[in-house]
Ligand binder design. Sequence first.
Ligand code: ADP
Ligand code: MG
Length: 444
Amino acid sequence: MKKETERIWSSAKTILGKTLSKSVFDRWISVIDGSHCEDKTLFLSVPSGLYLNWLLDNYLPVIKSAVRSVDENINNISIIIAKGNVPDETPVSAPAQKKRAAPKKFNKSLNPSYSFDNFVVGSSNNFPHAASLAVAQSPSTVYNPLFIYGGVGLGKTHLMNAIGNFIFLHKKKTVCYISSESFLNDYISALQTRKLATFRNKYRNTDILMIDDVHFLAGKERLQEEFFHTFNSLYNNQKQIVLTSDKPPGDLAGLEKRLVSRFEWGMVTQLEQPDLETRIAILKNKAMEFKSPIPEETILFLAEHIRSNVRRLEGSLIRVSSYMSLNKSLLLTEAEIEHLLNDILEQEHSSVLDIDTIQKKVAECYNISHSDIMGKRRIKIFSFPRQVAMYLSRELTSNSFPSIGKAFNRNHATILHACKTVETKLSDNPELRTTLISIKKSLQ
Ligand code: ADP
Ligand code: MG
């Protein structure tokens, strides 16, 4: 099995060696080892989180296609960090799980590179940080449940893992960290294999249960029902529960009231977008972690231009630092950085772009008013621009259908329908295409 993994990975490496430049190959690919294969997934191991993030962001598709050209039975690539307390990528629902009576230690599910030590604290996050630390130091006593919410890439998963790692290191307690998606998969597989009792035991017998991204539970009624009982059982037994979500409990549409109210029982705390000083501090910390000297001007440029998401900030730093080291340059001009980070800066722009601005721009372009866009009148001169605004909101922002619906006072089905209508029209209407290009340009 191990030999087979090695064979596949070594052939894929040969292919990658031919397709990628030598410097990229030497720096990013040569350090990867084949770990094992499971369920049509090839697990590759890398030395650190730096490699993990960079490869995921930049080279996963090429790696995947090289591997699949060697063995087309492999459907997925999973990259893991080698050695130590490795985050266990194996889905908890793996059907091959052996029957074992012994209680399972859940620490393997944690990502060891996320700790309190490497979490930079500033005004945007000092409250969630303090609450998380308090929970880690005294689980089940201070805040239960702890509910952390905030936008993408602001550190929810980091803080949650930091709590888990701290408890695992300093307290003799079992920690279970799981994403909502894996929780769902595990539940489905328990239903299919009629092992609901095992599923329940697993989640009700842990000292700390941490479920990441609970907004994912929205609309999944049976899973919510199951989770409701898990929650009660843990809570009544004074076990700690930690949850994260992209919105506060009260804004989670599609979540049962009784769950929402329980989520609000303990501490609800928000991670906000970091301010400039915190962004600079995060960049400096990461630069030290990566051992790459980045000039002050460059750090400042990144911190000023990338505001909405720490993951994006990190990605841009990695890209700049590897570009500098590959090209042996000591300082990049702003134009060079802008060129290098073109796509990231564009993403940043669209996440800052809000639906309101899009509505106004579209109204202006079609010579109607903002209230016509927002209104309900169905005549075509209003309804079509309205659909265009809905379509562009979906294309240019990272909002979901329901939240775009909210912004237009409509339901998500209307938005979905609008997007489909505009897409169909676009395919045979060059004039519309030109109009959309010009609206997009003026939004930039
Ligand atoms: P979320 O779960 O909210 O989408 P993550 O926890 O995955 O976000 O964070 C995204 C990336 O940003 C991670 O690599 C994380 O380590 C980093 N990060 C976020 N906030 C901070 C912070 N305050 N200090 C250091 N790193 C941070
Ligand atoms: Mg997360």
